[in-house]
Design a protein around this ligand. Sequence first.
Ligand code: C5P
Length: 222
Amino acid sequence: IQDDTFQQKSILITAGPTREALDPVRYLSNHSSGKMGYAIAQAAASMGAKVILISGPTALSCPSGVQRIDVESAADMHKAVMKAVSDCDIFIATAAVADYRAKHIADNKLKKSDDELTLTFVKNPDILKDVAAMTPAPFSVGFAAESQNIAEYAQGKLISKKLDMIAANDITAAGLGFNSDRNALHVFWKNGDIKLAPDSKFHLAKALLALVAQHCKNKTPS
Ligand code: C5P
């Protein structure tokens, strides 16, 4: 069912894992399925938004009415986000961006010779932090996948990354989160929070976007 909550609004979403090359055949990545981000993209489009989805490698198909831009590495994702963000009102970062990338990507396949292999990694840019620090910045929403002290870490990230909202989820909860079709979120903003009970990622996406719609009215338009 279409509604017009986000008519005239443009929403940029990152989703999925990033893939950091080690050599021509190997990479470092994680188990993110992209399902939460794709559900948000689909829900946002059904709420009337113009949606751009910047996605790392996933097995998912692009929701209808959504423009998808495929990327691999965190550096690619950062570049694609920075290119698209200036026209956006809302930025929602669901991607599980690799924190580090190999300092040098080997030109040739790494050979097994010694019993131990040491690689040096360098920190990737924090895409969400860079977007939220822009002036003007879009209404910026982060995700925090945590296994302990969920509220404390999420509120810490809300402040340190200068976010407008953060959705935390407990990655240890059985049957929820990574790779699952279901999730549960604890959403925080500057002066409040709400727990969204376990539900399908699509229903949670709708509930999260309803909160975004309520709160982004208070932010000066970018
Ligand atoms: O600090 P942490 O990685 O837990 O923060 C998670 C949030 O920051 C997520 O919204 C994620 O998409 C975003 N992020 C990002 N770029 C990074 C690391 C995280 O956009 N390099």
